[in-house]
Design a protein around this ligand. Structure first.
Ligand code: AHR
Length: 523
C-alpha cells in the first residue's frame, strides 16, 4: 500500500455509523472545455458587498490597509481564489445606475440614492468605473459590466461602451484620459439590463426584445467585439408566482434576424428551500442539496429552448449570471418559517452545507460546459453566498471559498465524464456520492462529494497514469459549521490519505457531508 498524503482529521461526525463504498469510473475522452468563466463572481452595490466589503476608500480607516481603495486583505484572498470574471454593479442596482455619477474627482461626484432589492441608501459613488476596472486588474478578473435599461438610455449605454473600450480620439476618450486612464480597458461582456421581467422594468418579453435590439445594435457600432448578455428567465418558483413561463422562447423569437446580437442568455438561480441558515434539520439539509442539483436542469432547459429557436450558425450560450443559496434570514420574501433579520442586510451564515451545495452545482456546470458560457456566484463579499466576509478590520474565508479553491485544477481544463456506482443511497434513493473530473496538460483532477448527512463513505477509483500529487478534504464535525473572525479556520481544507489497494485501485475515505479533491501528477 502506498500512502500518498496524510490527514489528521479527527472531527468526525458523532453519528457516523456505517462504512459504505462507492466506485468511480473516470472517462478517458474529454466531454468539453471548462471555461474559467464558469467560476465567475458578482459584486453589487447591495448591503456591505461593495461599500464596507470590497471598497474602503483611499482615505478609509487606517486600521484597514487598502490597495487603490480596496481592502488589501480581501484583495489578497480573491487573488488566491482566483476570480476569472466579476459582474458589476448589479443586479437590480444596475437599472438605476448612471455611470457618469461614478467618474471624475471623487469629491465632485454626486451622492445618489442607491437602490436594489428594496434598500434605499446614500451612495457617494466613490466606487465607479475606474475603480471597479482597477479592482479587476488587481485580482486578474475579466470585467462584466451590467448596463442600465430600466432608467437609462441607448445613448448612455453607448457612451459607457465608448468611454471604456474605445481607442478613437473623442470627447469621451479624452475625458477618460483626463480621469487618469489614457488606454481603453479590454471589456467584452456587457449586460443589457437585469431581470427585466421584474426589478429591471417589468417588461414583457417582446418589448424587452425590442429594447435589447436597440441597445445592442447601437452599442455594437461602438465596439464590434462586444458580447451582449440578454435577460432570460428560467425559474420554476417564479413561474409559480405568475411570471411568464415562455419568456425565453418569446424573447428569442421576437429577436428575429437580430438574434445574432445575442451571445449569452442570462438566467438566475437562487436556492431558498433549505430552512434556517444554521441549526437546520436533516430534511432541510437534503432539500438544499436537491435544489443545488436542480440548477443543472435549469441550465439544460434554457439550452434546449435556445437550440429550438436560434440558428445553428450562431452560438448562444447560457449565462447563469447569479447563483447560490439565499437563506430566509437574509431576505424578506419567500419560503422559510424562521424569523427574518430586520432590517434586511442580505448577509447570512455560510456553512459547510452551502459549500457542498456549491460543489454540487459545479458538477453540473462541468457536465453542461458545452452550453453554459458563464456562471457568477452571488455575491463576492459579505452578501448572500459570499466567499469572503469582513468583520471590522478582520476578514475571513467562508467554506464556499475553500470549495472553489479546491476546484482550481478544473478551471480551464477539459471536463471528463464520471460514472458513479454507489451502494450507499440518500433518503431520496439517489447516490450518496457524486464526483466531477477534468484533465489539464496530462494531469487529472477529481472532486468527490459525500452528500450523506450521517455516514462516512469510502470511495474507490481506478489508478490514473500519474501518481497522486495532492489530495485535500473539506469536512467538519457538523454540516452547519461556519467560519467567523474569531474562528476563521473551523472549516478549511486539510490533506487526506489516498491509499493504493491490492486490487490496484485508489481509495479515499470521506466523512459525512464532505468534499475532497485529488490531483494526479502528469502521467
Ligand atoms: O443578488 C441580489 C438580487 O437578486 C439582485 O440584485 C437581483 O438581480 C436578484 O433578484
Amino acid at each position: 500500500m502506498v500512502v500518498q498524503w496524510y490527514a489528521t482529521f479527527e472531527c468526525l461526525h458523532k453519528e457516523q455509523t456505517e462504512v459504505a463504498d462507492a466506485e468511480l469510473t473516470i472517462g478517458q475522452k474529454p466531454i468539453g472545455h471548462i471555461s474559467p468563466r464558469l467560476y465567475g463572481h458578482f459584486a453589487e452595490h447591495l448591503g456591505r458587498c461593495c461599500y464596507g466589503g470590497l471598497w474602503e476608500g483611499v482615505d478609509g480607516d487606517p486600521a484597514v490597509p487598502n490597495v487603490s481603495g480596496f481592502r488589501a486583505d480581501v484583495i489578497e484572498a480573491l487573488l488566491d481564489l482566483p476570480v476569472p470574471v466579476l459582474r458589476w454593479p448589479g443586479g437590480c442596482y444596475a437599472d438605476h445606475y448612471h455611470w457618469r455619477n461614478g467618474i471624475g474627482a471623487p469629491q465632485a461626484r454626486p451622492s445618489t440614492l442607491g437602490m436594489s432589492c428594496g434598500l434605499r441608501v446614500s451612495d457617494d459613488n466613490g466606487l465607479g468605473t475606474h475603480e471597479f476596472l482597477r479592482l479587476c486588474e488587481l485580482i486578474g478578473a475579466e470585467p462584466y459590466l451590467a448596463g442600465n435599461v430600466g432608467t437609462g438610455s441607448v445613448q448612455e449605454f453607448c457612451d459607457w461602451v465608448e468611454y471604456v473600450t474605445s481607442s478613437v480620439d473623442s470627447g469621451l476618450t479624452k475625458e477618460r484620459a483626463a480621469n487618469g486612464r489614457p488606454d481603453p480597458w479590454p471589456v467584452r461582456l456587457w449586460g443589457v439590463g437585469n431581470e427585466s421581467w421584474d426589478c429591471g422594468g417589468r417588461f414583457d418579453p417582446v418589448t424587452y426584445a425590442h429594447e435589447f435590439v436597440r441597445y445592442a445594435t447601437l452599442a455594437r457600432h461602438v465596439d464590434p467585439e462586444a458580447e451582449f448578455v440578454g435577460v432570460g428567465l428560467e425559474d420554476e418558483g417564479l413561474f409559480e408566482q405568475g411570471l411568464d413561463r415562455d419568456w425565453n422562447a418569446k424573447f428569442l423569437e421576437a429577436l428575429g434576424p437580430s438574434i445574432d446580437l445575442l451571445s449569452h442568455l442570462s438566467i438566475h438561480r437562487y436556492w431558498s428551500h433549505g430552512g434556517p441558515e444554521t441549526g437546520f434539520r436533516e430534511d432541510d439539509y437534503y432539500a438544499l442539496l436537491a435544489e443545488a442539483q436542480e440548477t443543472e436542469t435549469t441550465i439544460e432547459r434554457t439550452a434546449r429552448t435556445i437550440a429550438a429557436i436560434a440558428p445553428t450558425s450562431h452560438a448562444i450560450r447560457v449565462a447563469l449570471d447569479e447563483w447560490g443559496v439565499w437563506h430566509p434570514e437574509a431576505r424578506p420574501w419567500g419560503p422559510g418559517d424562521v424569523p427574518r433579520r430586520t432590517p434586511v442586510t442580505y448577509e447570512q451564515a455560510n456553512t459547510l452545507r452551502d459549500a457542498l451545495a456549491a460543489g454540487i452545482a459545479l458538477e453540473g456546470f462541468h457536465r453542461q460546459c458545452n452550453v453554459l458560457s458563464m456562471a457568477n456566484l452571488a455575491q463576492i463579499v459579505n452578501v448572500l453566498q459570499a466567499v469572503v466576509m469582513t468583520d471590522g478590520s478582520s476578514c475571513f474565508k467562508t467554506p464556499t471559498y475553500h470549495v472553489l479553491t479546491m476546484h482550481r485544477p478544473h478551471m480551464g481544463a477539459e471536463a471528463l465524464g464520471v460514472a458513479v456506482a454507489s451502494a450507499m443511497k440518500l433518503p431520496s434513493g439517489e447516490a450518496a456520492v457524486s464526483a466531477t473530473a477534468s484533465l489539464a496538460g496530462g494531469r487529472t483532477a477529481v472532486t468527490i462529494i459525500n452528500r450523506d448527512y450521517r455516514r462516512r463513505a469510502s470511495v474507490s477509483l481506478e489508478a490514473r497514469a500519474g501518481a497522486v500529487a495532492k489530495a485535500r478534504l473539506l469536512a467538519a464535525d457538523s454540516a452547519d459549521a461556519v467560519n467567523t473572525a474569531a474562528h476563521p479556520d473551523r472549516v478549511a481544507p486539510r490533506m487526506v490519505e489516498v491509499a493504493m489497494r491490492p486490487n490496484g485501485r485508489y481509495e479515499v475515505d470521506l466523512p459525512a457531508h464532505s468534499l475532497a479533491t485529488i490531483e494526479f501528477a502528469e502521467g
